[in-house]
Write a protein that binds this ligand. Structure first.
Ligand code: F6R
Length: 260
C-alpha cells in the first residue's frame, strides 16, 4: 500500500481530489465509487471547485455509492442518497441517470443487492473507489467479522458505529440498525482504492489496518491484498505508523523522480 502523509485535513482532501480528477480527465466515462461520512466532505468540496473553476467534467461519469441505511427513503435527510446530493451531486454536472446508491427501501433486499453488483459489472467495474474507515476499521459498512470476500449485502451495524453516526441524527435511537453495503470483495475489485483517514482518533486503527495482519476483525486490512491502494492520512492520523518515516521518505523520492 502507498501511504501519503499530508499536513492537515485540507491538504489530505486536495491530494485525494487530485487522484480522482486525474481519472476523470483521462477517462471521461469512468466509474467512481464514492463514500459518505465526514471524511470525504473536503474531497467533494474540492471536486466541486475543480468543476466550477477548472471545468472538470462529470457529464459522462457514472457513480456507485458504497452504502445506504436500510429503512431510509432517498428523501430522508439522513439517507446517504440525500448526503451525496447535498455534498456533491447537486453542484457538479453528473447525470441523475448515472448516479447509483444502494436502495434502502427495496422490498426484495437480496435481489436489489445482486442487481447492484450486476450494475457495477455492466458499467465496466469501478475505476477508483473512495473509502473512509470506521473507528472499528470497517470499510463501507463491513463490520468486524464480515467476510473479506463479501459482495453487496444487508448488514447489522455495530454498536460502536451506531454511536459514532449518532452525531448526524437528532438522537441515537433514530440511527438505523441495518444497512445495505457493498462487500469487501466488491471494493477489492476496484481498479484503484483511495482511503482517506484524518484525526488522532483513527491513528491506531489505520496503523493496524496497514501494518497489522489481514483479518476480518478489521475489514480495511483486506486492502493489503489490493494491488493499487493509496492511503492518504493527515498528520494526526499518522502518528501510530511504525513505518511512518519510511512513508515520508518514499513520497519524497517519488516526488523528486516525477520532477525529472
Ligand atoms: C460511508 C462508509 C463508512 C465511513 C466510515 C467513516 O459511506 O462507508 O465506512 O467511511 O464509517 O466515517 P466518517 O468519515 O464519518 O468518520
Amino acid at each position: 500500500m502507498r501511504v501519503i502523509i499530508e499536513q492537515d485535513y485540507d491538504s489530505m482532501s486536495k491530494k485525494a481530489a487530485g487522484f480522482v480528477a486525474e481519472i476523470v480527465r483521462n477517462k471521461p466515462d469512468c466509474v467512481l465509487g464514492l463514500a459518505t461520512g465526514s471524511t470525504p466532505i473536503g474531497l467533494y468540496k474540492e471536486l466541486i471547485r475543480m468543476h466550477k473553476e477548472e471545468g472538470l467534467d462529470f457529464a459522462r461519469v457514472t457513480t456507485f455509492n458504497l452504502d445506504e441505511y436500510y429503512g431510509l427513503a432517498p428523501a430522508h435527510d439522513q439517507s446517504y442518497h440525500y448526503f451525496m446530493h447535498d455534498n456533491l451531486f447537486n453542484y457538479i454536472n453528473v447525470l441523475p441517470a448515472k448516479i447509483n446508491v444502494p436502495s434502502g427501501t427495496a422490498p426484495d433486499v437480496n435481489g436489489a443487492c445482486a442487481h447492484y453488483e450486476e450494475m457495477i459489472e455492466e458499467a465496466g467495474g469501478i475505476d477508483i473507489q473512495v473509502l473512509g474507515i470506521g473507528g472499528d476499521g470497517h470499510i463501507a459498512f463491513n463490520e468486524p467479522g464480515s467476510s473479506l470476500a463479501s459482495r453487496t449485502h444487508l448488514v447489522t451495524l455495530d454498536e460502536g458505529t451506531i454511536k459514532d453516526n449518532a452525531r448526524f441524527f437528532e438522537k441515537e435511537e433514530d440511527v438505523p440498525h441495518l444497512a445495505i453495503t457493498m462487500g469487501v470483495g466488491t471494493s477489492l475489485e476496484a481498479q484503484k482504492c483511495l482511503v482517506l483517514v484524518n484525526g488522532a482518533k483513527k491513528a491506531n486503527i489505520i496503523a493496524e489496518a496497514v501494518e497489522g495482519p489481514i483479518t476480518s476483525q478489521i475489514t480495511s486490512s483486506a486492502l493489503q491484498m489490493h494491488p493499487d491502494t493509496v492511503v492518504i492520512v493527515d498528520e494526526e492520523a499518522s502518528t501510530a505508523f511504525k513505518r511512518r518515516e519510511f512513508y515520508l521518505h518514499s513520497e519524497k523520492i517519488l516526488a523528486e523522480l516525477l520532477k525529472k
